[in-house]
Design a protein around this ligand. Structure first.
Ligand code: FAD
Length: 505
């Protein structure tokens, strides 16, 4: 059946990102006058949105390009700041801290990964920490930021990688304005019923509490954790990953920001979970993610209140979730995006990223001629792979701990892990090798940063590193370190950059 009506259920970050992206098809220059496309988004103010989700990762920067909007304009509208990575404290051991930077350590030389070169130089007595070879780490430590094109060119170094911290409420509003201007119709109301076609089992309409029926050919389920269409109507099923990612609660609480905004997110582990700090121009976002098996809500809130910087700026928002993923993300004529598709907890800010890649895949597969099993299968296969790779990287943070100070950390340290992750750790312990599986999101630098940051050391050096002359390598890595110093010195303080480039409107 041809697609002429797309219905998006839900108006959180997922719903409005989908609406904004799909509105490009509707209003694009090549839009077919003989095939008008209606896009309707239904949301309920009474239900509201999850209200969190403010840290992103670098691929998200391209979403602005997809929409064709100016970065500085978006950042001003959302009170955004820049993010160069995540600082993890108390994960390997209490009192220890490391930064997982975006970008990479140094660069590959003759096909040999930089961390292998660094490891070989270390064997030869070079004492420099690997962090001095990451421009993002050094800029973060010195609280500086600039985009590469605004800096003196150092041809030997890749561009500075960054992402955004953004106010979720303001971002949804920005996208709503964008989508509505391009013809997306918003309907306020609570979906009370979902009608399925008796023969195909496809969703044919959603019915609002006031009796309005909204028909569609393709439905995008962005209804959040409840999965109104994908689960409640189609009973797709959920793969529960709680045994590997045991946190299942969060309490969020914004606060005013006493100091300048940091160009990185903070993730600080506590006795049964961890706390985030996301700096925005007008406030800090904070929250405590914890495991209800080992901690009560009151204690989680007390810990959060005792550890936030600045004064609380709202009432605490308590949230529940089950880590895992929907068994299918595309089922019949329903595509789930955002929390209705799954949730793997916010540790590496991957949720908005998965919305983004879900939209990219949907746009790539979408045909106005109708829905085909091949589209569904491709979407599900590719998305499942993405989830598994991200899942393994998240589990690593919990597993690679030496903490023995609480039942929660004792559980994490000793839990079974998926074979895929077991193999990755074993290989690194054997000779420091990291294989990036196909188009996996996290790079070798990410894996190395977390493994070494939490005490997993490379057991040896890849033989190929020795094929490179030591003196040549020393000159090479000295050059990298100097270029990074030069670049970071040329950057203004992060706060100054934000004030000049994208002051909040
Ligand atoms: C504690 C926590 C921290 C997070 N931190 C991050 C982070 O730092 N980075 C990141 O990338 N992601 C993060 N996330 C995930 C991120 O918040 C979500 O991916 C993002 O907000 C998208 O949510 P959503 O739009 O899917 O759902 P929601 O925001 O819950 O929106 C659901 C929408 O559906 C509507 N709806 C529901 N039922 C009905 C109904 N019956 N009728 C009509 N409308 C209905 C609601 O009104 C709402 O508009 C975090 C999540 C949690 C829980």
């Amino acid at each position: 059946m041809p697609i002429s009506k797309i219905v998006i259920v839900g108006g959180g970050t997922a719903g409005w990102m989908a609406a904004a992206a799909l509105s490009k098809i509707k209003e694009g220059e090549g839009a077919r006058p003989d095939r008008p496309l209606d896009i309707t988004l239904v949301e309920s103010e009474a239900i509201g949105t999850v209200g969190v989700g403010e840290a992103t990762i670098p691929p998200f920067v391209d979403f602005n390009s997809l929409l064709g909007v100016d970065e500085a304009e978006v950042m001003a509208a959302v009170g955004g700041t820049f993010k160069l990575g995540i600082q993890f404290s108390n994960w390997g051991q209490v009192g220890q801290s490391y930064l997982h930077p975006f970008g990479q350590y140094g660069y590959e030389v003759d096909g040999v990964a930089f961390h292998q070169i660094w490891q070989m130089m270390r064997e030869h007595g070079d004492k420099r920490p690997i962090q001095v070879f990451s421009p993002e780490t050094m800029a973060a430590y010195f609280n500086r930021f600039a985009k590469s094109e605004m800096l003196p060119q150092r041809g030997d170094l890749p561009s500075i990688n960054y992402a955004y911290h953004l106010d979720a409420g303001r971002y949804a509003k920005f996208l709503r304005d964008f989508a509505e201007t391009r013809g997306v119709v918003r309907k306020e109301g609570k979906v009370a019923d979902v009608a399925l076609d008796g023969e195909s089992g496809f969703v044919c309409s959603v019915k609002l509490e006031d009796g309005t029926s909204i028909e569609g050919d393709l439905f995008v389920d962005c209804s959040g954790f409840r999965g109104l269409l994908i689960e409640q109507a189609l009973e797709t099923g959920y793969e529960d990953w709680t045994h590997w990612l045991p946190c299942d609660r969060a309490v969020a609480l914004p606060s005013n920001r006493p100091g300048p905004p940091l160009p990185y997110t903070k993730a600080t582990a506590h006795s049964a979970g961890w706390q985030w700090q996301v700096p925005l121009q007008h406030r800090n976002g904070n929250g405590h993610v914890y495991c209800s098996k080992y901690m009560e809500a009151d204690e989680a809130l007390d810990i959060l209140l005792a550890n936030i910087e600045g004064e609380p700026a709202a009432d605490p928002n308590h949230l529940r979730f089950v880590t895992g993923r929907r068994k299918k993300f595309w089922n019949r004529n329903v595509v789930a995006l955002g929390l209705s598709a799954g949730f793997m907890e916010p540790l590496e800010s991957t949720s908005i990223h998965l919305i983004n890649t879900g939209i990219n895949k949907l746009m790539a597969l979408l045909s106005l001629d109708g829905v085909d099993q091949a589209q569904e299968d491709a979407f599900n296969r590719l998305t499942a792979k993405e989830y598994v790779r991200i899942r393994d990287f998240l589990i690593l943070h919990y597993k690679a701990t030496s903490r023995t100070d609480s039942d929660f950390w004792n559980y994490c340290r000793t839990m079974d892990i998926p074979d895929t992750l077991e193999e990755k750790i074993a290989l690194f312990r054997a000779n420091g090798q990291i294989f990036r599986e196909e188009d996996e999101l996290f790079t070798a630098t990410s894996w190395v940063a977390v493994m070494m940051g939490q005490g997993i050391e490379p057991g040896g050096t890849n033989a190929m590193a020795y094929s490179l002359g030591r003196d040549v390598l020393k000159t090479e890595i000295d050059g990298i370190e100097q270029s990074i110093r030069y670049l970071v010195n040329a950057m203004p303080p992060h706060e100054q950059f934000v004030e000049k480039y994208c002051p909040a409107t």
